[in-house]
Write a protein that binds this ligand. Structure first.
Ligand SMILES: [Mg+2]
Ligand SMILES: [Zn+2]
Length: 223
């Protein structure tokens, strides 16, 4: 069974070209993008976070997203939120938490171009949330959905996260991926077997991962 990731509508972001290419097929070429896990990557990992007041940006996250904004590289958050499936908090908390995140990012001049979240769990889900969906990482559904919306070329893009499932989802979508040592990443050991294709490396922060990607030559200049 497949499903679409739940998406929050947001207005086209005209500040860095996010919405202006859609009406012009000549400049509607696909572009590289960056996919970010949320908890433990952009904000502090707090077990099943669901209170806007608990949102805390991790070091480098705000300035890094602002830098990507300035380069015209779209940024999407892709986050598993099985706390909804498990009945720990209502789905209505998600837009509240993301509004708080937007507020904190705005202090750095940073904007998230798209939020995608998976509210499902294949085993522990209650009612309609119990499905083997196509969006829960390590599946790539949230990345492919955001890529379609934001005109992103997945093969020239990067997924960053603090868990194995994040970098596996990146690989499944055809992206490069990077692991950060924030959140659960502090205790992950990668082996030859667990390292996915096109793995960029392990970095202390999301900022270091993005800098390494911007300066890497695998696909030529990023922007
Ligand atoms: Mg995480
Ligand atoms: Zn899902």
């Amino acid at each position: 069974m497949t499903c679409a990731a739940r998406q929050e509508p947001r207005p086209p972001n005209l500040e860095h070209g996010g919405g202006s290419t859609l009406s012009n097929p000549v400049i509607a070429a696909l572009r590289p993008g960056v996919f970010l896990d949320r908890d433990g990557t952009v904000i502090e990992e707090k077990h099943y976070l669901c209170q806007p007041d608990d949102v805390e940006l991790l070091p480098t996250a705000g300035d890094t997203i602002a830098r990507l904004n300035q380069l015209g590289i779209p940024v999407a958050i892709v986050t598993n939120q099985a706390g909804i499936a498990r009945g720990y908090f209502p789905e209505s908390r998600i837009p509240e938490v993301h509004a708080r995140l937007d507020e904190l990012l705005a202090e750095h001049g940073a904007v998230i171009d798209r939020y995608e979240y998976c509210p499902h769990h294949p085993v522990e889900g209650i009612g309609s949330y119990k499905i083997d969906c196509g969006c829960r990482k390590p599946k790539p559904g949230m990345l492919t959905s955001a890529a379609t919306e934001l005109k992103i070329d997945l093969t020239r893009s990067l997924m960053i996260g603090d868990r194995l499932g994040d970098i596996e989802a990146g690989a499944a979508a055809g992206c490069e991926s990077a692991l950060v040592r924030t959140g659960y990443g502090a205790s992950i050991t990668l082996s030859g077997e667990t390292t996915p294709p096109r793995f960029l490396g392990v970095f202390a922060t999301v900022g270091e991962a993005v800098e390494a990607w911007l300066h890497s030559e695998e696909d030529g200049p990023r922007a």
